[in-house]
Design a protein around this ligand. Sequence first.
Ligand code: MSP
Length: 517
Amino acid sequence: MSDNKPFYITTPIYYVNDVPHIGHAYTTLACDVLARFKRLDGFDVKFLTGTDEHGQKVEKSAETAGIDPQAFTDKVSQNFRDLAVSMNFTNDDFIRTTEERHKIACQDIWKRLIDAGDIYLDKYAGWYSVRDEAFYAEGELEDKDGKKIAPSGAEVDWVEEPSYFFKLSAWQDRLLEFYDNNPEFILPLTRRNEVTSFVEGGLQDLSVSRTSFKWGVQVPGDDDHIMYVWLDALTNYITAIGFPDTDHEEYQKYWPADVHMVGKDILRFHAVYWPAFLMAAGLETPKRVFAHGWWTNEGEKISKSLGNVIDPLELMETYGLDQMRYFLMREVPFGNDGDFSRSAMVQRMNGELANDFGNLAQRVLSMINKNCDGKIPEPGTFSEDDTALLAGVDGLLEVVREAMDAQSFHTALEKIWSEIRAANSYVDRQAPWTLKKEDPDRMKTVLYVLADAIRGLALITQPFVPEAIGKMLDQLSVGEGNRDFVSFGKAGRLAPGTELPKPEGVFPRHVEEETAA
Ligand code: MSP
């Protein structure tokens, strides 16, 4: 067992009624970037993703597809596994809620809630949205064209059936106290305020079982009921680490989770219901729920009916995987809504990846290749300018770490790019191509400083654009063993005399194909 500090990060588990789209790719990408960063920073990371396969919505989709739900979920769940591979995600596990280990976990948490006296049998009469898999109070709904519509825009149906209820109303004060004691449980802070006002407004008991369909986990001891899909789905986070065996090595190590990453639409389930279920079951609550914003496409809401769903595979093919990863993490302050546009995508990849970073590396490595025998040159004494550049890059680890710990991915990239720009101005100021004739020894020092600055910049950018940066580090002959943050800064400085392979650009420019007029 490793002595490294554990770090447990989860994505929502995705409904399998849909093919994967940009929203799914986005949530998991954010987790992947953080998981990679933490691993490089010496943490023992568990990164979990998976699929949410029960409930009425999935049952209906299977029915429409004309196959039984199990065969349907087997098929569609695979699309999400494939997406993870295509996006170069480094998840350590992929959970499916139809797995036996998960059913056992759900039934156990149910029994704990019953034993605690927090579940009772009654009758539900109210509104339900199959699309959101959520119950809505009359007051939350709007009338539109004679139909009742949920705040999310989804249609609702009137449901009347026997149901078990969770005594959520009894948890209001304890939840508010919990938020008070854990000011960073919900991030960003604006979202935290929304949740606390919602809870302050009073909580109703929550229906946690259904009887009108069968596709779900059986309620222990009552064959007529299946568990509400959200109670089932949320439990995945502990199933994957061995629950109900709370002595399980992984449960002991990884629970409570460090970050549940979710979209803003599913914050209430994670920040209100989940901690209440856990507290009632006598289990620890997660340390943080971070709610990110939603993407629109060229200014429009993304929806199947508008036909403007963004296919991550298509983006990858058109612009490149690392380019897409970079864009999604850089374009929008993480937590805010954002707009995807092709022109913004091209601007970022050409301006920031190809020009700022790619050209810097290519220029420096080519000069070393031509003028230093293709070997890391021996530096002389460092000038103030040299020391300042290296100090700026060396200082990145601390600032980027702080940004990553706040899930402020765009800030991390901003800080890195400000040092990339500093390195570019240093090149212009030092003009190594002039030094080549006038002072070749000084040229070597300048190229050494630049090569090591690029090494630092590359190391810290790895989580965002892993493939391209892997190539950049190959070109600097930085071995696999010297790519984690132990080697960051002084500890891993390049050794003069190290042979370098022939340099090649790692960030291609995107040139728009001419469109016929
Ligand atoms: N199955 C539930 C989650 C259960 S977790 C215990 C679910 N699944 S989902 O497939 O509908 O959505 C998964 C994620 O995709 C959510 O975090 C949601 O915010 C995100 N997105 C869906 N569309 C999106 C955008 N247009 N933009 C950004 N993210 C969006 O909810």
